[in-house]
Ligand binder design. Structure first.
Ligand SMILES: [Fe+2]
Length: 182
């Protein structure tokens, strides 16, 4: 599957968000593929991880995030729902699932959405498959913020970043860290 043709359809190379998008998803994809190798994924699984990781943030084109030149009208969190819609419309249901569930640490539960006040529909959005988990984990180490877009966070920095995510999500991170890296 030519994921560049899909990226270019929604985020043209001359659009101001394109450089941020490409750098971010490439770094996340490279980390996810390193883990996939370490975990002994099949070639088919690795191909899927590559495609889904390169497309996981496609929904940012429809949100408002001035620091990365996104001039959409929706709040940032909606990039997960918009990404899902875009990829489903492209006939990529499995990739769409990851555009939605890469958020937080392996997704977010209905209760967590309610507690956080995030403007998302009240439903569980949770990673169930190993490929999804590897992408969600890898995404935690990178930011789209232009001042640190090339920086890979250390595990200590990720732990610091997620300290307000609640104990369920923190436990998942530790579990994944042990499983994917340890
Ligand atoms: Fe991301």
């Amino acid at each position: 599957m030519d994921y560049f043709s899909i990226i270019h359809k929604y985020i043209p190379p001359n659009s101001p968000v394109y450089p941020y998008y490409i750098v971010h998803v490439t770094l996340v994809t490279a980390k996810a593929l390193k883990i996939a190798d370490h975990m002994g994924f099949s070639n088919e699984q690795k191909q899927f991880v590559e495609e889904a990781a390169m497309l996981h943030d496609i929904g940012i084109i429809r949100v408002n995030a001035a620091d990365i030149n996104c001039r959409g009208s929706l709040p940032y969190v909606m990039h997960i729902k918009e990404g899902k819609k875009i990829l489903e419309a492209e006939g990529l249901a499995s990739h769409a699932r990851i555009a939605e569930n890469h958020f937080g640490i392996g997704g977010i539960t209905k209760d967590e959405i309610e507690e956080s006040g995030l403007k998302l529909p009240l439903e569980d959005i949770v990673c169930k498959q190993i490929e999804d988990k590897v992408i969600s984990y890898s995404d935690l180490f990178f930011s789209k913020n232009p001042s640190k877009i090339f920086n890979e966070s250390s595990v200590r920095e990720v732990r610091e970043k997620i300290k307000n995510y609640g104990s369920r999500q923190q436990q998942i991170f530790e579990l994944w860290h042990h499983e994917f890296v340890g």
